[in-house]
Design a protein around this ligand. Structure first.
Ligand code: ADP
Ligand code: ASP
Ligand code: MG
Length: 277
């Protein structure tokens, strides 16, 4: 039986109605015969709120940086809430499901708090749960250090959690559900003439992400390329079976028949160019 990883970002799980819709999308993949692991982000706005709380608690005044281990304890909590809510929702729909925090799998990360990298994801626990027919609902963005502390993976890090899980459980694909229906030639919220790409290579996607296209965290693309995990970026704002939103496939260059010279344009809001004569 094939394994599939589905990842849902903050706007896709922003309230209970959206979480129920995520439940329906998960149920459709289970009905299609997949063993499913779902990776979730915090509900939209939650991580920003948690970050502000760490400032309010005096992290800055005490000279503590976002790299502090207690910062990670606070900001990782948003994903725990969503994972529990989605697991409950799935159970209410009659699907066996359970939530998994980073330390329970474990997702082993280094101790660069606030921007940790994943070192290892032993697959045994997840695979055993998935083989038993349970949907694994995983809190994204978080791992555990070798000395047992919670570590977060940098903003947008749930994408990287999802790819790491997909590689660990040998998933056929990692589907990144978000609030746009694929990867565009540039940010469709900024440029209305942006065109959706049906396929893009890992290399091109890596370049776009590292130049600021936040639709995928740069590290998630690096990892997908290194582990050869096919990615699909697609909208979560559809019901199962609605207009076949195929999204954008991110894959090896060889699998893309028609080569483009320029795939897209990325931008950075906080840079300016000054020319002196
Ligand atoms: P999520 O919460 O699902 O992780 P993000 O906000 O991190 O979603 O990423 C999705 C956003 O990425 C879109 O709303 C869009 O504004 C932005 N984006 C930037 N560049 C692109 C691009 N080239 N194609 C699609 N979306 C892009
Ligand atoms: N919740 C985290 C963030 O807002 C991680 C993620 O959404 O991928 O950065
Ligand atoms: Mg994101």
């Amino acid at each position: 039986m094939s394994r599939l990883v589905m990842k849902f970002g903050g706007t896709s799980v922003a309230d209970l109605e959206r979480i129920r819709r995520v439940g329906r999308l998960v149920a459709a993949e289970v009905a299609a015969g997949h063993q499913v692991a779902v990776v979730v982000s915090a509900m939209s706005g939650k991580t920003n709120e948690l970050v502000a709380w760490t400032d309010g608690a005096g992290a800055a005044a005490q000279g503590l940086e976002p790299s502090d281990d207690e910062y990670d304890v606070v900001v990782a909590s948003g994903e725990q809430v969503t994972a529990g809510l989605l697991a409950m929702t799935l159970r209410n729909m009659g699907l066996p499901a359970r939530s998994w925090m980073g330390w329970q799998i474990p997702i082993v990360a280094d101790d660069a708090h606030g921007r940790a990298r994943i070192d290892d994801v032993p697959p045994e626990n997840l695979v055993a749960a998935m083989d038993s027919g349970q949907v694994a609902v995983i809190a994204g963005f978080q791992g555990v250090t070798r000395d047992g502390r919670i570590a977060t993976l940098g903003r947008g890090g749930s994408d990287t959690s999802a790819v790491a899980i997909a590689a660990a459980v040998s998933a056929i694909r990692c589907d990144i559900y978000t609030d746009v229906d694929g990867v565009y030639t540039t940010d469709p919220r900024i440029e209305s003439k942006a065109r959706k790409l049906s396929k893009i290579s890992y290399e091109e996607m890596l370049e776009m992400a590292s130049l600021g296209a936040k639709v995928l965290q740069t590290r998630s693309v690096e990892l997908a390329m290194a582990k050869n995990v096919p990615l699909r970026v697609l909208s979560s704002f559809v019901e199962p079976g609605e207009a076949p939103g195929q999204g954008t496939i991110v894959c090896d260059e060889e699998e893309i028949m028609e080569k483009r010279i320029v795939s897209g344009v990325a931008y950075s809001r906080d840079e300016a160019k000054i020319t002196l004569y």
